[in-house]
Design a protein around this ligand. Structure first.
Ligand code: OGA
Ligand code: MN
Length: 292
């Protein structure tokens, strides 16, 4: 059965079915999924429970994988693969982490609107999240369409953001949550990455706003002016008409394009088990260029 798509709105989010992601995908299916990602930016599949090996193998078909911050921090993992990123509230032994566990700050920072790894100077592309265990209430994930958000900016705002760049720092969101005791040496190990506020999506050629909680300053503006602009842009982009909320079921697999969307997790009872596992890809050609 070929890949079938059921769009949620004409240009944002589609439910895909007809393929088994745990088997190697035919090149035609990969091309169809890539095309769907260019158009819809978020594509989800139901009923695809995966083990760790299946998840890594599936993700690799869409580009080289990036292990995120762990490659620099070397933090311990409960997984067999460095490329699996832990989006759970679990401790290394698999039990629900204590509220004071340092690891939880990173997980909680996911509840602020962001795009994955924008604090790295790397050509980040898709993230793919596989759901294992969900709490009974809350814990949904939301995505906002940054292409539609750009299109809906006033002409004045378009003029204000055009040609500017923003600094994206991994520490900004953590500091907002009170995790602010970093040494200068730690801060220097993760210098901010600089990205244009307005980008053109290479697949769809649509212009988009590239902004999120990692942004801590905007070029040509004072720090407070830049932070206020970022707050306004996030508020604009996350109006309900641009947002899709996903209510998870075990076995769900959601792919999103980090260049075209921002996302956040929603509140849940931290004493309830929530186990999701992520992979993130780089743009293939750009990754090759970096390695060369
Ligand atoms: C992520 C993320 C949000 C959530 O996996 O990158 O931000 O709802 N997840 O867990
Ligand atoms: Mn994320």
């Amino acid at each position: 059965m070929p890949l079938t798509l059921k769009p949620v709105t004409p240009d944002f989010v589609a439910e895909a079915s007809g393929v088994d992601l745990r088997q190697p995908l035919a090149p035609t299916d990969i091309a169809a999924i890539d095309a769907a990602m260019d158009r819809y930016a978020v594509v989800f599949f139901r009923d695809q429970p995966m083990d760790q090996a299946q998840q890594v193998a599936c993700a690799r078909q869409f580009g080289p994988l990036d292990a995120g911050l762990r490659k620099a921090t070397g933090a311990a993992t409960r997984f067999q693969y460095d490329e699996l990123i832990d989006i759970s509230n679990l401790a290394l032994d698999g039990s629900v982490a204590d509220a004071n566990n340092a690891k939880l700050v990173g997980t909680l920072a996911n509840q602020l609107w962001h795009t994955d790894s924008s604090f790295q100077p790397l050509p980040i592309k898709y993230s793919m999240l596989s759901a294992v265990t969900l709490p009974e209430n809350g814990g949904q994930t939301e995505w906002a369409d940054m292409r539609a958000a750009y299109d809906a900016l006033s002409d004045d705002m378009k003029a204000l953001v055009e040609g500017r760049t923003a600094h994206h720092s991994t520490f900004h969101s953590r500091m907002m949550l009170g995790d602010d005791k970093y040494t200068p040496e730690q801060l220097n190990r993760f210098p901010p990455a600089e990205w244009p506020l307005v980008r053109t999506h290479p697949g769809s050629k649509r212009k988009l706003l590239f902004v999120g909680v990692h942004c801590d300053r905007v070029s040509g503006m004072t720090v407070p002016e830049g932070r206020l602009l970022v707050a306004d842009l996030i508020e604009h982009a996350t109006q309900r008409q641009f947002v899709y909320q996903h209510t998870w079921r075990p076995g769900d697999y959601v792919m999103w394009d980090n260049r075209a969307t921002i996302h956040r997790g929603r509140r849940y009872d931290l004493s309830a088990r929530r186990d999701l596992r992520r992979t993130t890809t780089l743009e293939r050609d750009a990754a090759q260029a970096l390695a060369a």
